[in-house]
Design a protein around this ligand. Structure first.
Ligand SMILES: [Zn+2]
Length: 270
């Protein structure tokens, strides 16, 4: 995985030749937004001079190579700095390649981002599909452009603010997501605290002598059944109550205890 700076550097010379400010900004954002999705792209074409366009048109016709364009000089949006072409740095021109393994072909991810930035995609054309191609026409046909019409500064400013608004929307969505996560975390923490508090209260209760055992315990102390000072707690009180229920507070049993205490106890089995 390259850094964003390394990926940007690969396209810098071509981007610097794009004169239309909105197209240039959108191209920079396209590289960045694709990178954030795990897709690295390189811009292969931006502005083309009329001579370059004519040379490209000749390819596959009068010069070697495959036909890549139906446009002669002046007949392509590239000649007006309104179009770009790209390639996947890893997948090349493979439109099914899914380098980031997110189940969406990298090519489709690039097209999605480009359209969000205001580009039209050459892959949507009915005749001569141009899959690596994006353009911004600003409502101008090639005939308009050839006759000297150009996008107005108002149109360009509007496009730029729409491109930047996309980032703002992204940030807003991110902070909303963060807030939601924080809220979930807070609720989970609160639930944990409540559970701990309940456990703590239970422990406290187990440690305290219940009101019903006050008299019982003092009776047992008086009768030397309890000699320890460690006579606190709910469990201790319950055991004391069980002893009482078993008749251990009755006279015969107490006489027996008294004999043990005096050392007069004999083993009765002998
Ligand atoms: Zn193109």
């Amino acid at each position: 995985m390259s850094t964003l700076t390394e990926v940007q550097a690969k396209s810098a010379p071509i981007i610097s030749q794009i004169q239309n400010e909105a197209v240039r900004l959108a191209t920079l954002k396209l590289i960045e937004r694709c990178y954030k999705r795990g897709v690295e792209i390189r811009i292969t074409q931006g502005f083309r001079t009329t001579e370059e366009q004519n040379a490209l048109y000749a390819q596959g016709r009068t010069t070697p190579g495959p036909i890549v364009t139906n446009a002669r000089g002046g007949q392509s949006y590239h000649n007006y700095s309104l179009a770009i072409d790209f390639v996947l740095i890893k997948g090349g021109y493979n439109m099914q390649y899914d380098g980031d393994s997110d189940g969406i072909a990298d090519w489709v991810e690039v097209v999605t981002e480009a359209k969000a930035l205001g580009f039209a995609w050459g892959g949507d054309w009915k005749s001569f599909k141009d899959d690596p191609h994006f353009e911004m026409s600003f409502g101008l046909s090639l005939a308009d452009l050839r006759s000297g019409k150009r996008p107005s500064s108002t149109q360009i400013s509007k496009a730029i603010s729409q491109i930047n608004a996309l980032d703002d929307k992204e940030e807003e969505r991110m902070s909303e997501q963060l807030e939601k996560k924080l809220d979930e975390f807070k609720k989970a923490a609160e639930a944990q605290f409540t559970a701990l508090d309940e456990k703590f209260k239970l422990l406290e209760k187990r440690h305290a002598v219940p009101a019903w055992a006050d008299k019982l315990l003092s009776d047992m102390k008086q009768k030397n059944l309890i000699t320890s000072t460690n006579d606190k707690g709910y469990d201790f009180s319950t055991i004391a109550q069980m002893m009482k229920n078993a008749g251990m507070l009755e006279k015969t049993f107490l006489d027996h205890v008294a004999q043990i205490n005096k050392g007069e106890h004999k083993n009765e089995s002998k």
